[in-house]
Write a protein that binds this ligand. Structure first.
Ligand code: EPZ
Length: 427
């Protein structure tokens, strides 16, 4: 059992550096399957999802060496198996990202449906339809998907929705297909540009990532490379929101400010000063947030992964805010937990109406998923008194050194793996 204990109501002040992005690093690791020899990834975050991806790649035979916490090598040459173990695949949605690389490189794959955060239905039909359009054949028995492709052939694919994972899987597989693949209505997230940059370093021929049309011309084989993961825009956004929630002053460093424009502009609308420089963003807040309306959208819209932390901030707003979730159909599971802390939120379908209260009060709450957990941390930092958060294993899937980073800015927060009584503060 792991617990976070927060003594809230303290302004956060200082600088927080941001590690590599979970949602790019996991995909880069999967792409290593298609390399010709060992690849080294740097700026790797220390999160449990990276450990799970290491286990998954080891399970198919890849050689994994973690030289340091932030440097990881993946050697695909010993891969001898294309069947993925159920218990690992069920732990993490990103396990589906090995589908395209295994199929493209070895012509076959068997995997169960992936697991991941319980935030709504998460089908993989767009991944399978796109790969089928390139010539793969899929069958399904007892929940196990089997895919075969003697040869993938480039084609035109129009995605029904700009799915991040489907865009990445198809882009990967197309690199080793014959001819040219065009993906239209592609997702435009910065993580996809990171995948393009990585694949290009391997010798892939891709252009268009970051726009809604990506063109890939297949090559017979890819090489190897050393590559740094892009900064984590969701961890960065969480610290920006935490600064606003505690009426503090935090500079998040080692970021790409352009990736943070949507969250920065919403924080500014709620009354924060948001100052971007070359590779950092400072957020200063002096008052309770003004009520605003937030709608999650595909990039460059407001990220769904920051919807819950932003809602936590707005619970102490000076009026009624409206938060609409447009990407996943069950991403308000944090609402009951925030209510225990005094938040006034009602949910109607995809919309949460948040009536701001003057303050939250600390309580014992449980993180139902990763970003909901981050929302509870934001709320705990803002609340009066002590908050204890259970379900920390969700948070450590995606936040690297969260309590240390917040403590370095003055938060009274401790992470224990024992009974909550074990933690104490120097106040
Ligand atoms: C990625 O998930 C991220 N996960 C998510 O972050 C993020 O919330 C999401 O993109 C959107 O930005 C990883 O990168 C590991 P999608 P992904 O395919 O790729 C529907 C976090 O907290 N859809 O863009 O799974 C789907 O149901 C996680 O770090 C289909 O219908 O997201 C959803 O409604 C949570 N069929 C929408 O598209 C498909 O085949 C967006 O999903 C695929 C998706």
């Amino acid at each position: 059992m792991e617990w976070l204990r927060i003594e809230g109501g303290r302004e956060l002040r200082g600088r927080v550096s941001v590690p590599g992005a979970k949602n790019s690093c996991l995909k880069l690791m999967a792409l290593c399957i298609m390399a010709s020899s060992e690849c080294t990834i740097t700026n790797v975050p220390s999160i449990t999802d990276v450990d799970t991806m290491c286990d998954l790649l080891r399970a198919v035979g890849a050689g994994i060496v973690r030289q340091r916490a932030s440097v990881l090598s993946v050697d695909p040459r010993p891969i001898a198996c294309t069947r993925l173990p159920e218990q690992l695949v069920r732990c993490m949605r990103a396990s589906v990202q090995v589908l395209g690389p295994l199929l493209a490189r070895f012509g076959e794959v068997q995997m169960p449906y992936p697991g991941g955060c319980p935030i709504g239905s998460r089908p993989i039909d767009l991944h399978l339809k796109g790969l089928a359009a390139m010539g793969a054949q899929f069958s399904e028995e007892h929940g196990l998907i089997s895919g075969r492709a003697n040869r993938l052939v480039g084609t035109e694919i129009h995605l029904d929705f700009p799915s991040v994972g489907a865009t990445e899987n198809l882009m990967a597989a197309a690199c080793l297909a014959t001819g040219t693949t065009v993906i239209r209505n592609a997702a435009r997230e910065p993580e996809i540009v990171d995948q393009q940059n990585f694949l290009t370093r391997l010798g892939g021929q891709i252009r268009g990532a970051g726009t809604d049309t990506i063109r890939i011309t297949g090559v017979p084989e890819l090489g190897s490379t050393t590559y740094p993961v892009m900064p984590d825009r969701i961890q960065a956004g969480t610290y920006m929101i935490a600064a606003a929630a505690t009426r503090g002053d935090i500079t998040v460093t080692d970021v790409v400010p352009e990736h943070l424009e949507a969250v920065g502009s919403k924080l500014a609308e709620s009354g924060a000063a948001v100052i971007a420089s070359e590779d950092s963003v400072r957020v200063v807040m002096g008052d309770r947030p003004a009520p605003i309306s937030v709608k999650s959208m595909p990039y460059p819209g407001f990220p769904t992964d920051l919807q819950a932390p932003m809602a936590a901030l707005l619970t102490v707003g000076r009026g009624t805010s409206v938060v609409t979730e447009n990407i996943f159909n069950n991403r308000f599971r944090y609402v009951d937990e925030l209510s225990r802390m005094g938040a006034q939120i009602s949910v109607d379908g995809r919309t949460a109406i948040i009536r701001g209260v003057s303050e939250l009060t600390g309580a014992r709450v449980a993180a139902p998923d990763l970003r909901a957990g981050a929302a509870l941390v934001v709320a705990g930092l803002a609340a009066r008194g002590e908050t204890i958060i259970d379900g920390v294993e969700h948070i450590t899937r995606g936040y690297d050194g969260l309590s240390e980073r917040l403590a370095s800015c003055g938060a009274h927060i401790s992470h224990t793996v024992d009974a909550p009584e074990a933690a104490s503060f120097d106040s």
